[in-house]
Design a protein around this ligand. Structure first.
Ligand code: NAD
Length: 363
């Protein structure tokens, strides 16, 4: 099978879908890999490395399967060979027009954010691998924007207390943010509506902050569910009190298929100390903090509020390495003896395949 790797064209995207190492593994598995010139340049993967690994440099769009990080543009869809396969993170559920265009081109499209959260699929889970990057980067952004050290320092010029950091939402990104904040020396606490994460928070050396009367947020498949109106009101009131004394707050709360839950109101921000920092990792789904603006740095009542978008692209080498490994594992599932041969009865194939035979299968 010919596997094509285009250069990503979305603004600010620096990742590449396949690294030279993974390209080499696909070549060994009997595939031909065609990489567009400069595809890996921004991730630190030179064209020559792909060639050494056995790939060829050329036009990737005529391949049997095109591997991308971001969804293709309308112009890129026109360059796909009719009947070809496409694997990318397409956020298919939010883009019916994209699916319509892919179906019209008879593309068999797999949208990797739909990989189910089952043990067998863990090695293909791009949401987890890229959330790891986002959580790490969020802690560094917070440290960069803060007006203080994170670790406690005992110096001849006096003793400086450690920063107090709170992480809201302790999923994959939140746990990585906690681990990174701890490495930087902050005193970290965390909260989540899923009681099951308490142990994971504590195992990283952080404190779980519990509500006096807990809310019930455990949903299906390891995800959270939306809180009832009354429970959400109690959570907001609890969090307004909890964020007050913090130097740093990183929010990561998401509910699958829904806008991000509001966790920090404008009033709660106004009660925080000037100079404290909020990093809202839910910027792309509406944000957890009321005053956040996606992609911007807002200063509200002296509090710095960051709403970073596409953080994985800001750590392109390791983000690409993890993404490429996920993709390699996915390709092992859908290819046999060097040819594309998906078993459409397979749970993972079924969950991720969004267009096939000219039809939109799921949105
Ligand atoms: P996510 O990105 O959907 O959400 C981030 C966190 O926000 C979650 O922990 C969620 O509980 C929390 N949250 C939602 N609403 C909230 C609210 N109102 N207040 C506070 N917190 C709120 O989740 P995720 O990081 O993708 O993963 C969630 C879980 O799934 C993790 O525990 C992870 O271990 C598990 N997981 C399992 C697999 C697998 O088995 N293959 C793969 C990936 C993740």
């Amino acid at each position: 099978m010919k596997v094509g790797v285009p250069k990503e064209t979305a603004a600010g995207e620096r990742r590449v879908a396949l690294t030279p190492e993974v390209a080499g593994r696909l070549v060994k598995a009997g595939h031909q890999v065609i990489v567009e010139a400069g595809a890996g340049a921004e991730a630190g993967c030179a064209d020559a490395e792909y060639v050494v690994a056995g790939a060829t440099s050329g036009d990737p769009w005529g391949a049997d399967l095109v591997a991308k990080v971001q969804k293709p543009s309308a112009a890129e869809i026109e360059r796909l060979r009719p009947g070809a396969a496409l694997v990318a993170t397409m956020w298919a559920a939010t883009d019916p027009e994209l699916l319509r265009q892919l179906a019209a081109r008879s593309v068999t499209a797999f949208s990797l954010e739909l990989v189910p959260r089952i043990t067998r699929a863990q090695a293909m889970d791009v949401l987890s691998s890229q959330a790891t990057v986002a959580g790490y980067r969020a802690a560094l952004l917070a440290a960069d924007a803060a007006n203080r050290f994170f670790p406690m320092l005992v110096t001849a010029a006096g003793t400086l207390p450690p920063a107090r950091a709170l992480v809201l939402g302790a999923g994959v990104a939140g746990l990585q943010a906690i681990a990174t904040l701890r490495r930087l020396g902050a005193v970290v606490s965390a909260f989540d509506v899923r009681a099951a994460v308490r142990e994971q928070i504590e195992s990283l050396g952080a404190t779980f902050v519990a509500m006096e009367q807990p809310v019930e947020g455990e949903g299906a498949g390891g995800y959270a569910k939306e809180l009832s109106g009354d429970q959400h009101a109690r959570e907001l009131e609890f969090l307004a009190r909890t964020v007050k004394g913090q130097d740093v707050v990183i929010t990561t709360a998401q509910i699958p298929g829904k806008p991000a839950p509001r966790l920090i109101t404008r009033t709660a921000v106004e009660a925080m100390k000037p100079g404290s920092v909020i990093v809202d990792l839910a910027a792309e789904t509406g944000g957890n903090c009321e005053v956040m603006r996606a992609g911007e740095r807002v200063v509200h009542h002296g509090v710095v509020v960051l709403g970073p978008v596409n953080l994985p692209a800001t750590l392109p080498l390791h983000a690409s390495q993890m993404y490429a490994k996920n993709l390699q594992n996915f390709l092992q599932l859908v290819a046999k003896d060097g040819a594309l041969a998906p078993n459409f009865q397979d749970e993972i194939v079924q969950a991720t395949c969004v267009t096939r035979d000219g039809k939109v299968l799921r949105a």
